[in-house]
Design a protein around this ligand. Sequence first.
Ligand SMILES: Nc1ncnc2c1ncn2[C@@H]1O[C@H](COP(=O)(O)OP(=O)(O)O)[C@@H](O)[C@H]1O
Ligand SMILES: [Mg+2]
Length: 325
Amino acid sequence: MRGPLSIITCNEKMKAIIDSIKQMADSNSSVMLIGETGTGKEIFAEYIHRISNRSQNSFIRIGLSAMPSDLMASELFGHEQGSFTSASRLKKGLFEVAHHGSIFLDDIDDVPLDIQAKLLRVLESREIMRVGGTKAIEVDIRLISASKVDLKELIRRNMFREDLFYRINVVPIEIPPLRERRDDIPLLTEHFLKLFSPDRHIDLSPEALVALINYSWPGNVRELRNIIQRVSLFCGKRIDLQDLPPELSKISPIVQIVDACKMCFLDGKYDFNQIVSCVESNLIKNALKKSGGNQSEAAKTLGLSLSTFRDKMRKHLFSAACKEK
Ligand SMILES: Nc1ncnc2c1ncn2[C@@H]1O[C@H](COP(=O)(O)OP(=O)(O)O)[C@@H](O)[C@H]1O
Ligand SMILES: [Mg+2]
């Protein structure tokens, strides 16, 4: 048995998914996990197995996108000795190995149609036949599948069998992409920082955190994990905006500030004037920071005359220690 499995989340939608998984973990229903790459389909599949009454038996993950099509049947169902030229010995297939456990068919959307037909036969009869074999072998498995795309679209394009879809899609679970649960980003970041640097405490600057929260995360949690792993290798005690990869740190400061202020606005805690004042103040502080305190340069980056800039600066940063160079 591998170490503990932690699904980190504080998001309400994700918590509801975990609750529903807990309710049906012991049933034998086939589960379909749908989500973009890196959203956590595999970690959820293993979680389902671990809390189910099959947890003492095998959890077998089958990566269908990486498997050459001509080897698929023999990998999944096994082969008898001598059934083809290179089959010098009997080999059990993964379905047989998973007997009494759970099978995770990852990337089911990449399975060719001929294998889909064979899968359907196995799932209907709960029996397999090894390649070159004549005897049916009973298999008791719980099936969990994962797809990156909406299979109904593949069915429309005749790339996925509808009958197989209904077999494997008994309990569909959609895992939202990270950009739709940005509240998880600070928590996951903290989790990965502790995971990759267990012996030292690393802080995150507010600018870096805002950049992490605002990024679109096309690679989802996997991308966040990889970035934190890389950054934590090279940073000191604190991760600043410039420590992050360019796709995150190059977001214009104005976009970052406006996004941060948007959150206050949506919270409903501040009125219009307070938010406008906050945006203005942040823009001025940011421009001054970038120019190293040089007011003319800061005014230029904001497209303001020096006198307007100074008025605003006095209003917002009464006590700021910035000298004109
Ligand atoms: N909620 C989460 N909490 C902790 N780690 C997560 C979470 N979601 C994903 N991960 C980690 O992110 C990586 C990608 O997750 P994975 O389950 O392989 O995604 P998928 O199968 O959807 O591509 C893995 O290292 C996984 O452990
Ligand atoms: Mg995966």
